[in-house]
Ligand binder design. Structure first.
Ligand SMILES: Cc1ncc(COP(=O)(O)O)c(C=O)c1O
Length: 360
């Protein structure tokens, strides 16, 4: 069997142990005589799967009991719409901090059905940092930010501090579960699972119960957090296989020592790559400002686009795959999510040094 070093930005590497377990129990799930793909989502067996997934997420993130956990569909992109539909009362305005393409997309969607205000942006410096000048509206329905910008490789080192009474809403798609956080600081967190938490097809939403009172009465059921919470994310058929894999990933995370251990390992991996960039004498140029560069997505340029293409091609030939930068910014991007082993980062660092020796 061939397994490459997988630096894809999402869908991304999953822990090998998780894939092996899914494979081992695929045909006969826990003695049921059928696969989890074939059974009712109302079965006892699936009830246990989704219940354990929620419980383990609560343990890992230390989620207070006053928060609901939802397993939603439609990707993080649907949350760009659901957040304002549910949490911004008629006539109110919401604040957005934008430090990359995903925050910009969330802001654009929020402008469609009501008022949204740019509280800060780093567009002028091509999203190489989080916004430096911020201007918060103390009356805002919430303040939205993206903790890690997957495309630009910029990560908040700590949460922004909105004015008192303004709940913090975070798109945590590409760094959820990568480090401990204090959930109580947030009104709502959402994250597409397909980077750090599992496969595509399910989106995690963690929401303070108090905010559910804001949900308007006339929302279509699939867009209504309150109804989704009341139905335990099972108003309709949930993405059973995706929830099951998320559950396995969460068990794996616990077995690996939880989020503190993950944060340490992620720091170690990112340091390996950033060190090569910093010691390259300008051959590799990081996109993000050093103080805010991401531990999850390392973005950098080479002296020419031609060299970047050669780099990606030769890396792939050396079983280092998924390194081409996002089409909107170009360059190289190495995604170092939880499931990427330290050895993969070591292999990439070594390849980068060698590539510079040959081409620099
Ligand atoms: C930070 C962030 N937000 C949102 C999205 C969009 O996610 P989805 O494809 O699940 O809608 C992505 C996807 O890469 C992302 O990285």
């Amino acid at each position: 069997m061939r397994r490459v070093h997988n630096f894809n930005a999402g869908p991304a590497a999953l822990p090998l142990a998780v894939l092996e377990q899914a494979q081992a129990e695929l045909l006969d799930f826990h003695g049921s005589g059928m696969s989890i793909l074939e059974m009712s989502h109302r079965s006892k067996a699936f009830d246990k799967v989704i219940g354990e997934a929620e419980q383990n997420l609560r343990e890992l993130l230390n989620i207070p009991s006053s928060y609901k956990v939802l397993f939603q569909q439609g990707g993080a992109s649907l949350q760009f719409a659901m957040v304002p539909l549910n949490l911004r009362p008629a006539g109110a305005s919401a604040d957005y901090l934008v430090n990359g393409a995903w925050g910009r997309a969330a802001f654009k969607d929020a402008q469609k059905q009501g008022k949204a205000r740019l509280a800060g942006s780093s567009e002028a410096t091509n999203y190489d940092r989080t916004p430096e000048q911020v201007d918060y509206d103390p009356q805002a329905a919430y303040l939205h930010f993206t903790s890690n910008e997957t495309i630009h490789g910029v990560q908040f080192q700590q949460e922004p501090q909105p004015p008192a009474g303004v709940p913090l809403v975070c798109d945590m798609s590409s760094d959820i579960l990568s480090r401990p956080i204090e959930v109580a600081r947030y009104g709502l967190i959402y994250a597409g699972a397909q980077k750090n938490a599992g496969p595509a097809g399910v989106t995690l939403v963690i929401v303070n119960e108090e905010l559910l009172a804001r949900t308007p009465k006339d929302l279509p059921v699939m867009l209504d957090y309150r109804l989704q919470a009341e139905a335990g994310s099972m108003h309709n058929t949930p993405p059973v296989f995706a929830v099951y894999i998320v559950g396995l990933v969460l068990k794996w995370l616990k077995a690996e020592g939880g989020l503190k251990a993950m944060a340490q390992r992620n720091q170690e991996k990112a340091t390996l790559i950033y060190r090569v960039i910093d010691q390259s004498g300008g051959f590799y140029r990081g996109h993000a400002m050093p103080k805010e560069r991401s531990l999850m997505n390392v973005t950098f340029r080479l002296p020419s686009e031609e060299l970047e293409a050669t780099f990606a091609r030769q890396a792939e030939a050396a079983d280092l795959v998924g390194l081409k930068g996002h089409r909107s910014v170009g360059g190289i991007r190495a995604s170092l999510y939880n499931a990427l082993p330290v050895e993969a980062a070591q292999a990439l660092a070594e390849f980068m040094r060698e590539f510079q020796r040959r081409q620099g």
